[in-house]
Design a protein. Structure first.
Length: 255
């Protein structure tokens, strides 16, 4: 039986969007958030008509849009200046039989978006030096469609409407959530890392959080921990984190 809070949540338009998308596009969004590098394809300026592939690091913003830090000198930057259409291909641990996704969209400048900048640099702190240079720029890809393969027989196209998440409510509180977790709940983060990732670590820091989960620095590694169900706002993020912490403690206490 569902309580009144659950029923009220189900009636919210953004809840219906996330729930409707869960069977079609959320696995693709989760895979993109879990990986931090992929291959982009742009339209070659030098060889018109040919796709030009580049291996790149990327982050994903609150809504699910891929974000890149690109150099003016890169061939793909020159290609995008001429034609902003781009695709990004990402795969899981097994490229042949595991998950993979290709997202198609258009790229636009994002230098003025502080949230995009901070999320990217939280995941790639070594990029701060490049970001300070005048010939590096943040760009964001606005997805228009995507193609997801979850394994044998699990193949689907998905639309922009199904893919994008209503992330503004959580993004507005992201800095507060991250600061609070790192200041007051470091042991809970270590417990979650041990239970979810199977790793013991003396230090664990939350780097970023969104509707689908959060990014964690555990020792020298940066890992992604997904929520079982997408969160709509900061209160639901808290509920997901509490549930993860309780599950981690319960696992330790089992005989």
């Amino acid at each position: 039986m569902h309580g009144p809070g659950t029923a009220a949540r189900a009636n919210r338009p953004e809840a219906r969007l996330l729930n409707d998308a869960s069977s079609e596009a959320r696995p693709a969004r989760l895979l993109l958030r879990a990986r931090r590098s992929g291959v982009i394809a742009t339209q070659s300026e030098r060889f018109p008509g040919f796709p030009f592939a580049s291996a790149v690091p990327y982050a994903v913003d609150a809504a699910g849009c891929p974000v890149l830090l690109v150099s003016d000198l890169a061939a793909h930057s020159r290609n995008l200046a001429r034609d902003p259409r781009m695709s990004l291909c990402v795969h899981g641990s097994d490229v042949l039989s595991g998950e993979r996704v290709t997202v198609l969209g258009r790229v636009s400048g994002a230098d003025g978006d502080a949230a995009v900048r901070e999320r990217y640099l939280a995941l790639f702190p070594e990029a701060r030096t490049f970001a300070a240079l005048g010939d590096f720029h943040f760009v964001r890809m606005e997805p228009e469609a995507g193609y997801y393969i979850g394994g044998f027989g699990d193949i689907r196209w998905f639309s922009r409407q199904d893919y994008l998440a209503p992330g503004a409510a959580i993004q507005a509180r992201e800095a507060d959530i991250v600061t609070h977790m790192n200041a007051d709940h470091r042991q809970a983060l270590r417990d979650i890392a041990r239970h979810t990732l199977g790793m013991e670590t003396g230090e664990a820091y939350m780097l970023a959080v969104d509707c689908d989960g959060f990014d964690l620095r555990a020792g020298e590694r940066i890992e992604r921990i997904a929520f079982d169900e997408a969160a709509l706002d900061a209160d639901e993020v808290r509920q997901r984190l509490v549930a993860l912490a309780h599950a981690a403690r319960a696992a330790v206490q089992r005989p």
